[in-house]
Design a protein around this ligand. Structure first.
Ligand SMILES: *[C@@H]1O[C@H](CO)[C@@H](O)[C@H](O)[C@H]1NC(C)=O
Ligand SMILES: *[C@@H]1O[C@H](CO)[C@@H](O)[C@H](O)[C@H]1NC(C)=O
Ligand SMILES: *[C@@H]1O[C@H](CO)[C@@H](O)[C@H](O)[C@H]1NC(C)=O
Ligand SMILES: *[C@@H]1O[C@H](CO)[C@@H](O)[C@H](O)[C@H]1NC(C)=O
Ligand SMILES: *[C@@H]1O[C@H](CO)[C@@H](O)[C@H](O)[C@H]1NC(C)=O
Ligand SMILES: *[C@@H]1O[C@H](CO)[C@@H](O)[C@H](O)[C@H]1NC(C)=O
Ligand SMILES: *[C@@H]1O[C@H](CO)[C@@H](O)[C@H](O)[C@H]1NC(C)=O
Ligand SMILES: *[C@@H]1O[C@H](CO)[C@@H](O)[C@H](O)[C@H]1NC(C)=O
Length: 760
């Protein structure tokens, strides 16, 4: 038994020796995937085995190779700093599957502008007794444990299944955890290996607010009377206010895959039920993406993983992750508008958009419209604007217009600004540094007419208005920056899966953060315990929270059942009963490539009627159908590798039929097979309702599903024939199983589209 590794060592030594002339290769961090079942019995642990292998693989004249992490739960292997020769030597070791260089990752909030966000109200907040004892692991930038959102008031004793710890560190006493924030850990070795000269703190303390915001969005406790400088006032609470939180700090400004992996691996071992990851990573095929591999392992352990779809929209094929075994979340608006009321001297008033973070007194000041001045594009020009006036600026096409505008205004003698713009990206930005409001070109007609025709025009502006409802815009609307499908890594499953609130979300903040702090003028940074942020980062923890509620209500449901319940009950209509709109394309209808199944509806998800379940073996069968090599397949599936029945027809609650843009004029034909499980009590009969995608013929068999009892399964097939051309692509429809009583509607979007390669 011991002979095998020793012989391998001898061979490796020979090969290293032959390569010894060009030892200059630089070392970098690699994530190495191993076949755990190949470990010789001689080794007492995997760590021991991996160390022994590395000892053999190191270049002769180099210092020893040190393992950064050993991974043993969500995936099998380790990370290590080594050079290419050492990697080549390692590849010859028994049990080696694959190795990939560590990749940089970033938080999924858009960086270019700072964003503000709204908290989500009304239908999204389910009853507070759900979520109890479900544990949500947050992989992000750590936590600000002193936030009142992490108080454990009202929380019961920590569930016995919890195996994690509260890891103390710099500025972080291990006594800071409680019955709400039950665990904390940090993983910084990969970041350290990448930046050996930069100090990386040994601490889970959140210094920029992103991790704290995400965690409190998923499961923050109730906190009365919070607001963002008067906007969005109310009681803050997470989606699952009685769920537990475990924070895994894997971002230190930026981050590395090896650290994220270590976090997922540990979270699974600690006993979390749900993992929320608002992090984006480089483009890579699924087997090259260690986070996708770890998400597969987590799912296999019964842990539901949700990912932020990314902020790369609105172009097509910008979803980077696209994992069939995770929930990918798009970002939408909520029914809340931050207003500034502009009242003209003639008594007319107009509601504009503002998040200026103070109650400025702008009362009966001269209103100035001058076409030359309205370009507002230099300090010199604005210096000519009258003292103490309200100036009207007309946003030009050029970006970043606002970035400069705030500075020009701060240098001027102007008191306030009214900006004419229909740029919807402003509606998710927290960066309102000067007193003023934004109005649309349509609203501007009346304001400019008054300012130009009146002898001494004046205006007033009232700030801190929070407007809830369907005006001035229906909600939700898909955020322009939310990433769109088809997914780059695997386009045969529709991604993103679902949409959740991600625009202007009010949640806890780390008060000393400068990164996402609101600013007045050029450099007055305001501290706030609660902050408004936007991005798919904010959408993902909403889904984690809803999943926690469903897990608490239905402890026997698999992650696939929970995902199915959220997707088939999601709403594709907005609060005016019209199709959800896309902010990126002048509020035209959004498509399933942007919103997936639609906007999450937690109360309906509690009682979906039918679910599309999938077992870990179904996911293995899917991976087996991807035409990967044995090593690539096993990198994802690990020891459970059994490709006896490959199938790309995963039992998934949505449909995407791919077609090559080049095959114009051809008829194409695709059949899907699905099995639904009755999760409602008693017998039920469902009839199919079809919304046919344009230029298709669709056949569903059978058209009626009859269930005698709970947990009974029934199968059907969906055949789509498409005959059209490139100009009518992509096309969209849906399939809904409607219970005869009308009680349950189980809806799946249908997309007929070109693959990811056909976009961009
Ligand atoms: C950590 O907190 C405990 C209990 O509050 C306290 O006794 C201890 O001194 C603290 N440790 C540090 C390093 O601050
Ligand atoms: C508009 O502003 C420009 C630049 O300050 C100035 O030269 C011009 O006289 C102004 N026009 C009117 C009508 O006030
Ligand atoms: C400001 O905008 C005006 C009108 O578009 C243009 O003529 C001028 O060159 C711009 N000035 C600067 C400094 O960009
Ligand atoms: C604003 O600029 C656009 C062109 O960019 C122009 O068509 C429009 O008339 C301007 N509006 C005002 C009020 O100046
Ligand atoms: C956007 O839509 C509105 C209302 O449908 C329309 O009036 C406007 O012309 C459109 N703008 C563009 C740039 O297409
Ligand atoms: C795998 O290869 C087969 C045969 O070459 C092909 O029909 C199938 O479309 C491929 N599947 C994928 C996912 O590429
Ligand atoms: C693989 O799975 C099939 C059924 O799915 C089973 O019959 C077969 O024994 C399995 N093979 C191995 C090696 O486990
Ligand atoms: C489409 O495919 C199905 C099964 O894959 C087959 O039964 C059917 O005849 C095909 N239809 C056409 C028009 O090719």
């Amino acid at each position: 038994m011991e002979l095998l590794p020793l012989m391998a060592v001898a061979l490796i030594l020979v090969s290293i020796f032959l390569l010894a002339d060009d030892v200059s290769a630089e070392r970098s961090t690699y994530i190495v995937h191993m076949d755990k079942s190949s470990m010789p019995k001689a080794f007492s642990s995997h760590h021991h085995w991996y160390s022994s292998m590395l000892n053999s693989a190191k270049s002769l004249d180099e210092r020893g190779l040190k393992i950064i992490y050993t991974y043993d739960n969500a995936f099998h292997g380790f990370s290590v700093v080594m050079n290419k020769h050492e990697l080549e030597a390692l590849k010859k070791s028994p049990g080696f599957l694959s190795a990939f260089e560590d990749g940089a990752v970033t938080a999924a909030t858009t960086h270019s502008y700072k964003f503000l966000s709204l908290n989500t109200a009304s239908g999204l907040w389910p009853a507070s007794n759900y979520g109890k004892d479900v544990i949500i692991g947050i992989l992000d930038g750590g936590i600000w444990p002193e936030s009142p959102s992490f108080s454990d008031e009202g929380m019961t004793a920590i569930p016995a299944k919890w195996k994690g710890t509260c890891q103390g560190g710099q500025d972080f006493n291990s006594s800071l955890c409680n019955k709400k924030l039950i665990g904390v850990r940090y993983f910084n070795q990969g970041t350290r290996a990448a930046f050996p000269e930069t100090p990386v703190p040994d601490s889970a303390r959140d210094d920029d607010g992103h991790g704290t915001h995400v965690a409190s969005t998923a499961a923050g406790n109730y906190v009365e009377g919070v607001s963002f400088f008067g906007y969005a006032p109310g009681t803050a609470r997470g989606v699952a206010p009685r769920a537990r939180l475990a924070a895994y700090k894997v971002l230190f400004g930026g981050g590395y895959e090896s650290d994220v992996l270590a976090g997922i691996d540990q979270a699974v071992a600690d006993g979390v039920d749900i993992v929320s990851i608002s992090i984006t990573f480089r483009r890579a095929s699924l087997y090259e993406n260690p986070i996708a591999v770890a998400a597969f392992g987590a799912r296999e352990h019964g842990v539901l993983v949700c990912f932020a779809a990314g902020n790369g929209g609105p172009s097509g094929a910008t979803v980077r992750g696209g994992m069939p075994w995770a929930v990918e979340v798009a970002s939408g608006t909520v029914d809340r508008w931050f207003g500034g009321t502009v009242t003209l001297g003639n008594g007319k008033s107009i509601t504009g958009w503002t998040t200026f973070p103070a109650r400025a007194a702008i009362r009966n000041l001269p209103l100035v419209y001058n076409e030359t001045l309205s370009a507002c594009n230099s300090t010199e020009l604005l210096a000519e604007a009258p003292f103490n006036s309200i100036i009207i600026c007309n946003k030009t096409e050029e970006d970043p217009f606002f970035f400069f505008l705030w500075n020009y205004l701060a240098d001027s003698n102007v008191q306030a600004v009214i900006v004419i713009s229909d740029d919807t990206s402003l509606l998710r930005s927290n960066n309102f540094q000067f007193p003023g409001a934004i109005i649309t070109p349509a609203q501007s007609v009346e304001v400019v007419r008054y300012a130009s025709s009146s002898t001494s025009p004046t205006a007033s502006i009232d700030f801190q208005q929070t407007i809830i409802g369907t005006e001035p815009r229906a909600a939700p609307a898909l955020s322009g920056s939310s990433s769109r499908g088809p997914a780059l890594s695997y386009d045969r499953i529709l991604k993103p899966d679902i949409m959740a609130p991600g625009v202007l979300i009010l949640a806890a903040n780390s008060p000393y953060s400068i990164n996402s702090a609101p600013v007045i003028g050029k450099n007055v940074f305001l501290s706030s315990d609660y902050n408004l942020l936007s991005g798919t980062s904010m959408a993902c923890p909403h889904i984690a929270g809803v999943a926690a509620l469903l897990k608490a209500a239905h402890p026997d449901w698999s992650p696939s059942a929970i995902q199915s319940a959220m997707m088939t009950t999601a709403n594709h209509l907005d609060n005016t009963n019209q199709p959800i709109k896309d902010m990126a394309f002048n509020y035209s209808n959004a498509t399933p490539l942007g919103i997936g199944s639609g906007h999450v509806d937690p109360n309906r998800a509690l009682d979906p009627g039918l679910v599309y379940d999938a077992t870990p073996q179904d996911f293995v069968n899917l991976v087996c159908s991807m035409n990967l090599t044995r090593e690539q397949t096993q990198t994802i599936t690990r020891s459970t590798y059994n490709c006896s029945s490959p199938s790309s027809d995963l039992n998934y609650p949505s449909f995407i039929a791919l077609f090559n843009f080049d095959e114009r004029g051809m008829t194409f034909n695709r059949t899907f097979h699905r099995t639904v499980t009755n999760v409602a009590d008693g017998a039920a009969t469902y009839k199919v309702k079809l919304e046919k995608p344009a230029n298709t013929r669709v056949r569903i068999q059978p058209k009626t599903l009859v269930f005698q009892k709970k947990y009974e399964k029934q199968s059907y097939s969906l055949n789509i024939r498409y005959r059209g051309d490139i100009d009518s692509f992509p096309t969209f429809g849906s399939l809904t199983w409607v219970e005869e009583t009308g009680k349950h509607k189980v809806r799946s979007p249908i997309v007929v589209s070109g693959g990811a390669d056909n976009f961009g």
